[in-house]
Structures are given as structure tokens and as C-alpha cells.
Write a protein that binds this ligand. Structure first.
Ligand code: NAD
Ligand code: UFG
Length: 354
């Protein structure tokens, strides 16, 4: 099916992942409505997305409409859908990324996480139903798997989330399962279970720009590299891994962005279904290895100290991505060196973020 000029709603569209996903869909010719409360991002990213597309020869300016708003505001969501209907450009699909993502904060403010992530998602699903919008790609997380015995995690692994954040993601997936049944299996739903997205668009024009000090490893390394933080804390050197530090499946943000496009096209072109997909490379990298590679690729020094293990962490979390590759024909192309190089390019250009 030719989807060019379809209008999609991207919630969380100014965030780290959202900005790269917006860029990807605009480049593919979609009209994009990006909705974000800006609780963890800046709307300045929209200008950079436009400039980036123009620099690549795409006439996308005008195809990106930004709405500042909260997904917990159902009336606002209705207005967004209605406005598009009036313009004869109805929202045909939703890429739902808006959410709070700090594991630590989710333990300190559990109710905020349930309210924001789960109540906000229920609003989206309700308004989609009102407007007969049946396709959704949801940003789920590998964190729903929790502690696994398997070196490579498959999609049929039992959910064992270890913190409120992970529980909200697992719950939203369960709600989507029920909605699928309620719709007599007429909806098109894809849960993308991201592993650890890092890096930036290779131009360095867009990248991760959180409003507070990052808690994730890679954006923290970037801040150490540019001098905004003194040193990196490595949480644990006694994990049961080859060098004692935690192992994760880091995936380049551009490969991750592409998976949203491929998932939506797959949903549109196939029978209604609910599709759960691991979005990772299948390759594990330890914290220490990531630091070493970052230093060698970018010719810099990342001072670090070992600290106690972080509460709620697991030792290893790596995807079995064979199902995603098979179903979507998706191939993560960029390696860990590319992730380090592109992330640093972004940080060198915008050391203080947007
Ligand atoms: P991010 O914080 O950069 O982006 C999330 C965006 O959602 C932000 O721009 C924020 O302002 C917005 N937002 C939050 N609550 C909102 C609300 N109630 N209404 C409207 N906008 C709201 O984070 P990200 O890394 O881009 O993550 C995007 C999604 O992917 C999140 O749902 C996150 O849980 C999920 N995810 C991220 C990772 C990761 O490692 N980055 C891994 C797995 C899943
Ligand atoms: N780590 C450090 N120092 C830091 C930050 C992290 O040593 O300052 C270590 C952690 O202990 C872990 C590894 O780096 O071993 C990765 O930690 P991240 O915080 O970057 O990522 P997580 O794997 O803990 O979680 C991330 C996202 C979740 C998502 C999950 C999916 O934060 O939202 O990946 O796998 F669900």
C-alpha cells in the first residue's frame, strides 16, 4: 500500500526516540502530527528536524505539525483528531511513544508513572476508538522481561518487570491485548520492545537532550566526555559477566527509528493482528566495553569509578531479534562504533542540548 501523505500522530514526538521517528516518517513522505508535553524535551528539535530534511533535499517543511499537550488531556486529544478530520487529513495511525522512563523515579513516584503512562495510554486508545483509528505502534521495553535465565530473550518470555516503570509498560501491553479482543481482532497493533537505544542521527543535528541529568549510561558518558559531568559511576564490577560489568544490547537510534516505519507498513499491508517484536541487535556489550569503544572511537578519556550495583538492575539483557528480522525484513545495520561516533557528533555540536 502507498502510505505517502497519510497522516500519523506521534506522541512523545520531541523526545529522543520520537524526534528520530518523526524525521524517519517525514522522510518517507508522511504528514506527521507530533504531540508532546515537553516534560522531558524541547520543541526546538522540530526546527532541527526540518533543517535536517532540507539539508538532505527533502521538501518536508510544513508536513510536521507540533502540538504541545499532555496525553492525559482527553479533550485535547479529541481536538487533535478533530482538527485533522476537518482538514480532510484524518489521523490513520498512531505511534505512541509519550511516557516517563526513569526506573529510579518510577520507584519514588510510582503513582505518577501509573497515571502518566497507563492513564495517558488509555486516553489515546479511547480517542483512537472514537475516531475509528485502528493502527498503533507502541513503544514497549525489554524491561518488561525483568530477570531472564536465557542469554537471548525471545518475545514469548514471561513478563517479570522489576520496577513500576516496567510494570506500566507490561500493563499497557496487556490492555492492548484486551482491546484487540474487544475489537473482534480488527485492530492492527505492534508492541516494539526496545532494548537499549543510543547514538544519534549521523549529522549530529538531532540527539538525546533530556531536561534533567540522564540516568542511562550512554547519555551520561556523553556528558562526561564533554565535561558536564566529572566522571562516570559504573554500577557494579561483580556481575556474573565476562568483565563483571552489566551487559546490554545497544541499538543505534536510526535502526530503531526504521523499525517503527517497517512495523507500521507491515501492519497496514497485512491482516489485523497484534505483533510483539524485540528491537535489539542480538549483541551484548558490557559497560566497560562500551566505555573503551567510546574512548577509542572518539579519542577521548572517560574517567570512571566503580560503585555498588544499582537497585533493580539485571546482569545481562540481550535480544533474540530473529522474529523481528523475519517479520519486518528489518536489519540493524549500525554497529557499536557507529553509535559512539554519532552520539558524540551530536554532543559535540550541542553540548548543552537544545
Ligand atoms: P524521552 O523522555 O526522550 O521521550 C519521551 C517523550 O514523551 C518526552 O519528550 C516527554 O516530554 C514526552 N511525554 C512524557 N509524558 C508525556 C505526556 N503525559 N504527554 C505528552 N508527552 C509526554 O524518552 P525516549 O527515550 O525517547 O523514550 C520514548 C519512549 O520509549 C518512552 O515511552 C520510553 O518509556 C520508551 N523506551 C525508551 C527506552 C530508552 O532506553 N530510551 C527503552 C525502552 C522504552
Ligand atoms: N550504568 C552504569 N552507570 C550509569 C548508568 C548505567 O554503570 O551511570 C549501567 C547499568 O548498571 C546497566 C547499564 O549501564 O548495567 C545500562 O544501564 P541503562 O540505565 O543505560 O539502561 P537499562 O538497561 O537499565 O534500561 C534501559 C532504559 C529502560 C529500558 C531498558 C530496556 O532505561 O527504559 O533499557 O532494556 F526499558
Amino acid at each position: 500500500m502507498d502510505c505517502e501523505k497519510d497522516t500519523i500522530l506521534i506522541t512523545g514526538g520531541t523526545g529522543f526516540i520520537g524526534s528520530h521517528v518523526c524525521y524517519f516518517f517525514l522522510k518517507k513522505g508522511f504528514n506527521v502530527v507530533s504531540l508532546d508535553s515537553l516534560v522531558n524535551s524541547s520543541k526546538k528539535v522540530n526546527k532541527n528536524i526540518d533543517n535536517l530534511l532540507l539539508s538532505e533535499g527533502y521538501e518536508a517543511t510544513g508536513n510536521l505539525k507540533f502540538v504541545k499537550g499532555d496525553i492525559r488531556n482527553k479533550d485535547l486529544l479529541r481536538c487533535v483528531f478533530n482538527d485533522q478530520l476537518k482538514k480532510n487529513k484524518p489521523i490513520s495511525s498512531v505511534i505512541h511513544l509519550a511516557g516517563l522512563k526513569s526506573v529510579k523515579q518510577s520507584k519514588l513516584n510510582a503513582l505518577d508513572y501509573w497515571s502518566n503512562n497507563v492513564c495517558g495510554s488509555i486516553n489515546i486508545f479511547n480517542v483512537m476508538k472514537e475516531f475509528k483509528c485502528n493502527s498503533i505502534v507502541f513503544s514497549s521495553s525489554a524491561t518488561i522481561y525483568g530477570i531472564s535465565e536465557n542469554p537471548l530473550i525471545k518475545e514469548n518470555e514471561e513478563f517479570k518487570p522489576q520496577n513500576p516503570y516496567g510494570k506500566t509498560k507490561a500493563t499497557i501491553e496487556k490492555i492492548l491485548e484486551d482491546i484487540f479482543e474487544e475489537s473482534y481482532k480488527s485492530m492492527r497493533i505492534s508492541n516494539l520492545r526496545y532494548f537499549n537505544p543510543i547514538g544519534a542521527h549521523p549529522s549530529g543535528m538531532i540527539g538525546e537532550s533530556p531536561n534533567t541529568t540522564p540516568e542511562n549510561l550512554f547519555p551520561y558518558i556523553l556528558q562526561v566526555a564533554c565535561g558536564r559531568q566529572k566522571e562516570l559511576n559504573i554500577y557494579g564490577n561483580n556481575w556474573p559477566t565476562h568483565d563483571g560489568t552489566g551487559v546490554r544490547d545497544y541499538i543505534h537510534i536510526m535502526d530503531l527509528a526504521e523499525s517503527h516505519y517497517l512495523a507500521l507498513i507491515h501492519l497496514i499491508n497485512n491482516k489485523p493482528q497484534i505483533l510483539n517484536l524485540n528491537i535489539g541487535t542480538g549483541i551484548g556489550t558490557s559497560v566497560k566495553e562500551l566505555v573503551n569503544i567510546f574512548e577509542s572511537v572518539n579519542k577521548c578519556n572517560i574517567p570512571f569509578v566503580y560503585k555498588d550495583r544499582r537497585d533493580g538492575d539485571v546482569s545481562i539483557c540481550v535480544a533474540d531479534n530473529s522474529y523481528s528480522k523475519k517479520v519486518l525484513g528489518w536489519i540493524p545495520r549500525r554497529n557499536i562504533q557507529d553509535m559512539c561516533k554519532d552520539g558524540w557528533k551530536w554532543m559535540s555540536k550541542f553540548p548543552n542540548g537544545f
